[in-house]
Design a binder for this molecule. Sequence first.
Ligand code: PMT
Length: 402
Amino acid sequence: MSTGEQSRPHVVLGVTGGIAAYKACELLRLLQKGGAEVQVIMTKNACEFVSPLTFETLSGFPAVTDTFNRPERWSVEHVAMAKWADLFVIAPATANILAKMAAGIADDMLSTTVLATSAPVLVAPAMNSGMYLNAATQANMSLLQSRGIHFVDPASGYLACGDTGVGKLAPVEEIAARCFELLNKRQDMAGLRVLVTAGPTREMLDPVRYITNRSSGKMGYALAAAAKARGAEVTLLTGPVSLSAPAGVHVVPFLTTADLLEAMLKYAGDCDVIIQAAAPADYRPEAVAQQKIKKKSGEPFVLTMVENPDVAATVGAMKKEGQTFVGFAAETENVLEHAAGKLKKKHLDLIVANDVTAPGAGFDVDTNIVTLIAGDHQQSLPLAAKREVADAILDEVLRIRG
Ligand code: PMT
């Protein structure tokens, strides 16, 4: 990331080898007109369509290319450019770069830099319709979308190869507008302290067994990453999951619902926005056996469970002026009705209702389908990557805060 001192946003424009490469010159101009500083990385094939000199002249920076075989130069420059970028846009993007990004292949300056960046990445594909609609390209795009890569869909029309169909680079005005939309989100949570809870709890039965649920932590981690990318100071209270925490986030682990309550009582009071995506157990075994419980053949095993504290309701009741509390409702029936009930009962400002039985929604998938309920304001979102859902939730938090 660039420093906060610069006033002009930094955009790295990646250009790959397709006939639409010439349109990237116009995109560069639009980005500059909107106030951005733009540096260009061209693939070797892109240089066959447009001269690097054109981009150098327009951008005022050397266009970084792969036309020479000096890979040691990448290792220096790719990190610098990856950090410099506030936004990374690849237009036009070929099927080849999409496949490399999906697989994490870094064999040239563009693929290496985009792999290293923590800036938001926007991709505008352009290619022959057959290539675009091919199952491999579609699967690569779905995977990238689920990881939070943004897309501007191609348009339909007459293609350079003579075919008519989908695959034409989206209008550059539309790509530029998406770039500025993403850049504007960049620091809109600066100065806010955001606490996010994520993942499941484990309620121990004995030293080797526990009761848990299907939460993977993906929704909460996406929220933490989105809030961090938008400039917030983020504390992530996390249950046991196998995800890597976003860089720069303060991570506090918890195991049981009681641990989560303890951590919330310690950290929530100092935060402006509290978002509870974790799935804490409502009940725990009445007693935790000190030794492994022995099997008694032929006898049923009866377990008595006692109620856990409701963390959201407890902490919500302590809400201070200026704090915004967000909860989730994981429902399997009467989704909106149950969610609205929890909004009130848990003193929340916003509840995110998800029907966890819907395909592509809820536990352990990369996407979600949610309805945001805040008082009389209700907004149903279509199936989207959890990272996109996270940004929509943060947009709603900012709207509520005014
Ligand atoms: O982690 P993923 O695999 O990505 O899945 C995401 C998710 C399905 C876990 C997430 O989208 C979600 O719905 N999280 C809330 C899960 C849950 O516990 O829902 P609930 O309806 O039982 O609880 C409502 C709210 O109260 C939640 O904000 C929950 O964190 C909180 N709660 C619940 C029980 C409890 N004892 N204390 C609480 O604070």
